[in-house]
Design a protein around this ligand. Structure first.
Ligand code: TRH
Length: 381
């Protein structure tokens, strides 16, 4: 489907990878499925390159997989109305260059201006989604666009063909084996309970490692480079670099390279349990159809615990899932009896995974985020 629409998406990489991860995924889907000419403005090309190796970190302007990528180097650029796109999106309320906003106000056909917010399962999101906010001085109106889990939100990022690709992969043991061995995973590790670990440094990783080490079932914990490096290096007895691995008791820990974003889905599909964090990997784990534990981005006054509980309430995967999730996020009753938490979660995993397709259908009934966003923009033009 081709549309003559142009769209500029501004992404400021606050920290970690979620901002650029989400914006990169959205850019590709808007262009491929909706025919929109997307320009992605990114301030930190190095973080972008970590998940998209073909990015040239020295280029001010480049084409990556058909998407125009501009290095957003400063706030003092001069712009004319012709430089302004039909749709302008700021991710996570990042401040787009004032010169660009001034040019937006001078454009004969005002652009649709959205603030694409972060994902939360909390109810207040429904009351804020699609609300307008008039610019204090200029003849412009910005609209809040919230991802979410209900029909009164923008939905979740989900691209065409994802489920077909997932089913084809998980039903092809040779493909799974080839992918895992390409990451250095041995046959013995591939035969164990495979866990991918993507969390923030403050997760109780050492305590969980001890529970897996002393547990009855072999566990292979696959950790992308740079994740929980201190706890992983302590277990390994060496720096947590790709290829480093060590076994003790029932646990093997292996450090993987940080894979390109398109490969990250295959890591999730290859494992039995996925520890995810932030926003994008959390959503991808929900599409992966496996059990997952979410490590939420910590906020002051433990506001993130409210966000976590709101999601647990919607997801309703049972007490083993809830207790483990709460303790993993420091929101449990105590520090966590990790051997007992792991035993209960392991027993519940088949049932949790079985429920995932029902959950996916429930969310997708509201439409995917890219489609909902294009419809919302069309309603404003
Ligand atoms: O990296 P994150 O912690 O990003 C966070 C969150 O988005 C959070 O909501 C935001 O407030 C904060 O940034 C500023 O987690 P997230 O969202 O899962 O993004 C990680 C991205 O990295 C995701 O797109 C998956 C990708 N990824 C790879 O491409 N390769 C890998 O090997 C791994 C582990 C992740």
């Amino acid at each position: 489907m081709t549309s003559s629409l142009s769209l500029h998406l501004f992404c400021k990489v606050v920290d970690n990878f979620g901002d650029i991860g989400i914006c990169w995924r959205l850019s590709r889907q808007l262009q491929r499925e909706h025919g929109i000419a997307v320009t992605l403005w990114v301030d930190d090309l190095r973080s972008f390159q970590r998940m998209c190796p073909q990015v040239d970190v020295t280029a001010g302007l480049q084409l990556v997989e058909g998407i125009t990528v501009r290095h957003w180097a400063a706030q003092d650029g001069e712009f004319t109305p012709d430089d302004v796109a039909d749709i302008v999106i700021e991710f996570f309320a990042c401040d787009i260059p004032p010169g660009y906003i001034a040019a937006m106000a001078q454009r004969p056909e005002r652009p649709v201006w959205l603030n694409l917010e972060g994902l939360s399962a909390e109810e207040w999101v429904e009351g804020c989604h699609s609300l307008p906010s008039k610019h204090p001085r200029l003849p412009l109106t910005k609209y809040f666009f919230f991802p979410g889990f209900t029909e009164r939100t923008g939905g979740l990022l989900y691209e065409e063909g994802l489920e077909v690709a997932r089913r084809a992969y998980v039903s092809d043991p040779a493909a799974v084996s080839a992918f895992l061995s390409s990451l250095g995973v041995t046959d013995a590790e591939a035969a164990a309970i495979k866990v991918s670990l993507f969390c923030y440094p403050y997760a109780p990783v050492a305590a969980l490692f001890a529970a897996w080490r002393d547990g009855g079932q072999p566990v292979a914990c696959l950790v992308p480079e740079g994740v929980a490096s201190d706890a992983v290096a302590t277990f390994l007895g060496q720096p947590a670099l790709p290829g480093a691995a060590r076994s003790e008791g029932a646990l093997t820990v292996r450090v993987l390279p940080f894979v390109p974003q398109q490969d990250y889905d295959r890591l999730l599909w290859s494992c039995d349990l996925n520890f995810v964090r932030g926003e994008d990997s959390w959503v991808r784990a929900q599409w992966a159809g496996k059990s997952f534990i979410w490590h939420i981005y910590a906020q002051d006054e433990n506001l993130h615990h409210k966000k976590l509980r709101a999601f647990l309430q919607r997801y309703a995967a049972g007490s083993a899932f809830d207790e483990f999730s709460l303790c993993w996020n420091g929101a449990g009753a105590g520090v966590g009896d990790w051997p007992a938490l792991w035993k209960a979660l392991a027993a519940a995993m088949p049932e949790i995974s079985a429920k995932s397709s029902q959950w996916q259908q429930k969310i997708l009934a509201n439409g995917d985020l890219a489609t909902n966003l294009t419809k919302f923009c069309a309603s404003l033009r």
